[in-house]
Design a protein around this ligand. Structure first.
Ligand code: FES
Length: 108
């Protein structure tokens, strides 16, 4: 089976304030877009603990905290740092182009 990637539009670059994040839906795929230290970072928006959204999670000192039970993940890669989650987030590639933010999504 061949896989390729397509760019999917999320928002304009000025849509997020520094140290905020927002959930987007790409068909049935939830995407969390974060703006932290001037960088856009995206993950599949499912906390590995109970598959809840991370939207609204505090971002501080290169960490993202799950707003539900407080698991923490390293930014920008999403590596797991503390329980109750036991693994990291699934990162997505972010592309900025012409003032807009896109993510790469796999196709089959
Ligand atoms: S759902 Fe994220 S820590 Fe529980």
């Amino acid at each position: 089976m061949n896989q390729s990637h397509v760019l999917r539009f999320l928002c304009d670059q000025d849509a997020l304030a520094e140290n905020t994040n927002r959930r987007f839906w790409l068909d049935k795929l939830p995407v969390l877009l974060c703006l932290h230290q001037g960088e856009f970072i995206a993950f599949v928006d499912q906390c590995p603990h109970q598959m809840k959204s991370l939207e609204g999670g505090v971002m501080r000192a290169n960490k993202l905290y799950c707003p539900v039970h407080g698991a923490s993940f390293e930014l920008p890669h999403g590596r797991h740092l503390s329980p109750p989650a036991c693994r990291g987030l699934l990162p997505m590639t972010v592309i900025k182009k012409d003032g807009k933010v896109f993510v790469e999504v796999k196709t089959e």
